[in-house]
Design a protein around this ligand. Structure first.
Ligand code: KIV
Length: 263
């Protein structure tokens, strides 16, 4: 385990080494993943892969606090970011009240907020009140119903210009890093070059300052669908099912427990 990162050490990685971010939702996986990750993100994607919902929109502040607390307990040496769920930062006052809960009720280091220019004022309000904020631009999962699906961004020059404006507005508002999701690789690389904070990509190619993946996708545990940008580093679902089938078989044959498992 390397030394715990800070907002400053994360910012200093820009141009030096790619940041490794992964989601975690509980203490068990936080401990395992935190050994190699620079940053653990308690993403509201937990609403899909952990709670089984079809999108992230019904995740609540209480849910995020519960999971963030578990992740911080499981990996106290990790830099932890808590996603602000949908509808919890519609006004500056609401955003600050909810972000303060993250700092008061968990040991998280920062919060993440989806949105570019339209959320800059809210990011500024949080950062000026001492809350570290990670931005999130490009494909915004919290807009899935509004946009009628998950739409890749940066397909036109106009969208590219808008993304650069979004990143600069969030940086100017004080965000210490920015997640960029579902963006054409060459545009994402341009965005990364246009700001001085690290830009961490998911489905945004290799030309950015780091990568983030949802852990259950990366470990092959989430079977409902696999986005194009996901690489499975483990066939987790197959391994879990195989182990469970073996356990079932041994219980039914009375091959488990053996003497070594018996008091
Ligand atoms: O909720 C999440 O897991 C995220 C990642 C997709 C970046 O926001």
């Amino acid at each position: 385990m390397t030394k715990k990162m800070t907002v400053t050490s994360i910012q200093k990685t820009k141009g030096e080494k790619p940041l490794v971010m992964v989601t975690a939702y509980d203490a068990l996986f936080a401990r395992l993943l935190g050994e190699s990750a620079d940053i653990l993100l308690v993403g509201d994607s937990l609403n899909m892969s952990f709670s089984g919902k079809k999108d992230t929109l019904s995740a609540t502040m209480d849910q995020m606090l519960y999971h963030t607390d578990a992740v911080c307990s499981g990996s106290p040496e990790s830099f932890v970011i808590c996603d602000m769920p949908y509808g919890t930062y519609t006004t500056k006052e609401e955003a600050l009240a909810n972000a303060l809960r993250v700092y008061r009720e968990t040991a998280a280091d920062a919060v993440k907020i989806e949105g570019g220019i339209q959320k800059a004022e809210i990011v500024k309000h949080l950062t000026s009140n001492g809350i570290a904020v990670c931005g999130h631009i490009g494909l915004l999962p919290q807009f899935v119903r509004f946009e009628g699906g998950y739409k890749v961004k940066g397909k036109t020059q106009q969208e590219g210009v808008k993304l650069i404006e979004d990143a600069r507005a969030i940086e100017d508002a004080g965000a210490f890093c920015i997640v960029i999701e579902g963006v054409k690789a060459e545009i994402a690389a341009e965005v990364a070059k246009s700001v001085s904070v690290p830009v961490i990509g998911i489905g945004a190619g290799a030309g950015v300052d780091g990568q983030v993946l949802v852990f259950s996708d990366m470990l092959g545990l989430f079977e409902a669908f696999t986005p194009k940008f996901v690489k499975k580093y483990l066939e987790g679902a197959a391994l879990v099912k195989e182990a469970m089938a073996c356990y079932k078989d041994e219980v039914q044959k009375r091959a488990f427990p053996q003497d070594i498992h018996t008091y």
